[in-house]
Ligand binder design. Structure first.
Ligand code: SIN
Length: 292
């Protein structure tokens, strides 16, 4: 249970430590840290970021310091924070996901796990586990069995019917569902006649994907009974309120953090203002009200 519904999306806030010098991070609902794997990863070749008209393409490839360094160097800092930190975990095999989850299990400072079965930027694993209900449920059940921490699954929009995947992971015992991760995309440099990203393709985030994310949250919230967390292009309180009215219990602010470190706190203040203005006392009075 979070103090408030505004979370930070993985991969847009590092481990929160640098941002703690810029904003009052303790006011956030939760921080989801960078995708973490069993071993450190160097990530994909550069360039890894391309700005498009209304969104950002990334092909980072899960560059990270590895779970042992997270446990040793980052979690002790988090243990002194009021804001819960959730670790986004990724892997190439189910065994890797299990090992990462097990290593995080008893670590003070780690409040939960976000199971990333939706990264489109690695050649093995990642999104492979998020595109069929069977594999998504297997990965979820394996991680749930490896930890006592609450587990959120982060779903990919790059699927035929996201509702089937959501129902499958709910059946496998997950505690909440976050959606959406990035939409697969690309950009081409016409002067060079080559893809702009070093890895050719990447994942699109930011305002361009908000209508897709909103639609998917709306559909998923109708078919599951666990909390849904909306993610994709949230830049202001109005965006967040749209997700909440579509059925989300919380939102994650992602790409917008890269341009404005204060944006998540602005979103939170805006939601409070909206509720105060209308005499709405509980967020639950807004969740899903736009659903037919
Ligand atoms: C990446 O590291 O490539 C992005 C992470 C993700 O899409 O989950």
């Amino acid at each position: 249970m979070l103090d408030n519904p505004v979370m930070i999306a993985s991969g847009t806030f590092g481990y929160g430590i640098e941002y703690s010098e810029l904003i009052d991070i303790q006011k956030l609902g939760a921080i989801v840290c960078k995708g973490t794997t069993l071993m450190p990863r160097k990530g994909n070749s550069q360039p890894r970021l391309v700005e498009t008209e209304s969104g950002l393409l990334n092909s980072v490839g899960l560059e990270n310091i590895g779970v042992d360094a997270v446990v040793k160097d980052k979690a002790p800092v988090w243990a002194n924070w009021r804001v819960p930190v959730i670790v986004n975990i990724a892997g190439e095999t189910i065994g890797e996901y299990i090992s990462v989850a097990a290593k995080l299990g008893d670590t003070p400072g780690v409040s939960g796990i976000e199971l990333n079965i939706s990264c489109p930027n690695i050649s093995t694993g990642g999104i492979e586990f998020g595109v069929t209900p069977k594999l998504a449920a297997e990965a979820t059940a394996a991680v749930k069995a490896a930890t006592n921490l609450p587990v959120i699954v982060k779903l990919s929009p790059n699927v035929t019917d996201i509702r089937e995947i959501a129902v499958a992971v709910e059946g496998a015992g997950v505690d909440a569902i976050a959606l959406i991760n990035t939409l697969k995309g690309m950009a081409i440099d016409i002067k060079k006649g080559k893809p702009r990203l070093g890895n050719t393709t990447g994942g699109l985030s930011g305002p361009a994907i908000k209508p897709v994310a909103l639609y998917m949250v709306y559909e998923v919230a109708k078919v599951v009974h666990i909390p849904v967390i909306g993610c994709g292009g949230v830049r202001c309180a109005e965006d967040a309120l749209e997700f909440i009215m579509a059925g989300a219990s919380a939102v994650q602010v992602g790409t917008a953090n890269l341009a404005n470190p204060h944006v998540a706190l602005d979103v939170l203040e805006g939601i409070k203002h909206f509720m105060r203005d209308r005499g709405i006392r509980k967020l639950t009075d807004l969740i899903g009200i736009a659903r037919a």
